[in-house]
Design a protein. Structure first.
Length: 304
């Protein structure tokens, strides 16, 4: 790759943007899969982010925002352009008033849940154990065990394609099943506001512990994955359909339908993106042929 296209990145000091060139994306995805990104930028503050977006736009350099990479399948050929990850000030979490938390999109859901627990605020217990960032969770409307981000997020600030700061409030967030107002757009979420409720710390902790216990007993957490590979089809459970088709343990190269939870494709060792994609296609085809149900991917594919 031609680093000179990205020379401008060297003009940012490390307090603004930390840049890695030709960065293997397998280091930044929970699947541990993915070729190199031309540039991987950890942006530390809003001013730097706005400047970076404006330069990318002017030079027609594609950019892609990622969180903790826990819902991504990155191409073996990597990503042409700049990957943006939010660090620094985007990880801050604070109490705005009694029950309202402002959380930087770069913070992990785990730190947000711990912050809520520390302040005896309930409502986020469901999110304990989802290994994403707050930005990724808001983008995806992540959910588990009967709870979703949409139940607790009341507004979100973002930066649009032109580098303008904007905000969605209430129903403007347009949350749906694993989607939000941000789906299909090039907007970067910077902060999310969560309205929670006072709750006894002990009962929050007990619920978090219980949900984590259920997660560990059901999910193949010993192997790299991106969580549930498929969305829940209306009226069915993807994992049950896959299991009923006899596909548990089915594999292509290093990718395997987990024997512990058929809804997860895992990286048993050395899996490539194309192994996972081929396995996804096999599973889709067999589930359609045997059950007449078309599975759709929840995992997002990125790259060239
Ligand atoms: C073991 C395991 C268990 C999981 N369990 C669950 C579960 O119970 N429930 C569930 O819903 N998911 C689950 N997931 C999937 C994943 O953790 C969630 O989808 C999570 O919300 C993704 O967050 P992320 O920060 O990793 O986002 P990424 O995977 O990095 O990105 C996902 C999408 O969000 C976008 N995005 C990320 N940050 C921003 C931002 N700041 N602004 C705009 N767009 C952004 C990206 O462009 C991408 O389109 C699981 C994954 C694993 C590996």
């Amino acid at each position: 790759m031609n680093n000179f296209i990205y020379d401008f990145l060297n003009d940012f000091d490390e307090k603004s943007i930390v840049t890695y060139f030709d960065e293997p994306m397998r280091r930044h995805t929970s699947f541990k899969i993915g070729g190199n990104a031309d540039a991987y930028c950890v942006v530390q503050n809003s001013a730097a982010l706005i400047k970076l977006l404006k330069i990318c736009r002017k030079r027609e350099i594609p950019y892609y925002i990622i969180g903790k990479g826990s819902n991504l399948l990155v191409s073996d050929n990597g990503i042409r352009g700049t990957v943006i990850r939010l660090g620094g000030e985007f990880k801050s979490i604070s109490l705005v008033d009694d029950c309202l938390i402002r959380c930087g999109a770069g913070a992990s859901l785990a730190s947000l849940c711990s912050f809520a627990l520390d302040h005896s605020l309930g409502g986020l217990e469901f999110a304990w154990g989802i290994p994403g960032s707050v930005g990724g969770a808001a983008f995806m409307n992540a959910g588990a065990y009967g709870g979703e981000i949409k139940d607790v997020a009341v507004s979100a600030m973002y930066i649009d394609e032109n580098g303008n700061r904007k905000r969605y409030e209430g129903s403007g967030l347009d949350f749906g099943y694993r989607r939000s107002a941000f789906s299909g757009k090039n907007q970067i979420i910077t902060d999310v506001f969560f309205k929670l409720e006072h709750k006894a710390q002990r009962s929050i902790r007990e619920e978090m512990d219980e949900l984590m216990r259920r997660r560990k007993s059901k999910q193949p957490l010993d192997y790299p994955s991106a969580g549930s590979t498929f969305k829940r089809p209306e009226g069915y459970y993807a994992a049950a359909l896959i299991e009923e088709c006899g596909l548990k343990g089915e594999s292509v190269g290093g990718a395997q339908v987990s024997e512990k939870h058929a809804g997860f494709i895992i990286n048993k060792g050395g899996a490539t993106c194309s192994d996972v994609k081929d396995l996804i296609e096999n599973v889709k085809e067999q589930v359609y042929n045997q059950k007449g149900v078309r599975l759709q991917c929840e995992v997002k594919f990125i790259g060239t």
